[in-house]
Design a protein around this ligand. Structure first.
Ligand code: ZN
Length: 132
């Protein structure tokens, strides 16, 4: 298993980690298998969505903020319940196919680390499962 860092620069932002993940796959000997990604945080998540137009990632942040307003009267004292809800809505893990040593993604798809309570230095885990 590998552990890697994701530095987020805003409270809520989607960070494209596709190249970082592909680099870890390329530096391994895996040709065909699975890439399992896991986010060990309660206010961050992982998703796959369009990376061609950067406005899509911004709209995901904007749309989630509309669905889960930060100033809603939550009970949790930290004041970041919106971030906890968004993290659960998006989810903590992804599984992506690997073929020919490359991530199998659609033309417009990218892998995003979703920050909902930044800016912070975050970690994520990656496990490659080889199918020889
Ligand atoms: Zn909290």
């Amino acid at each position: 298993m590998e552990k890697f860092n994701v530095v987020t620069k805003k409270r809520e932002v989607l960070v494209d980690i596709t190249s970082q993940v592909q680099q870890m796959i390329s530096s391994s000997s895996i040709s065909s298998g699975l890439c399992v990604l896991y986010c060990p945080h309660t206010t961050a998540a992982l998703t796959i969505n369009e990376g061609a137009d950067p406005d899509v990632a911004k709209d995901i942040v904007k749309g989630l903020a509309k669905l889960v307003p930060q100033d809603w009267p939550f009970a949790h004292m930290e004041g970041n319940s919106d971030a906890h809800l968004k993290a659960s809505m998006i989810g903590p893990s992804l599984t992506v196919l690997i073929e020919g040593g490359k991530l199998v993604l659609g033309t417009w798809q990218r892998i995003f680390f979703c920050e909902f309570d930044g800016p912070r230095s975050r970690t994520a885990f990656l496990k490659l499962v080889d199918f020889p």
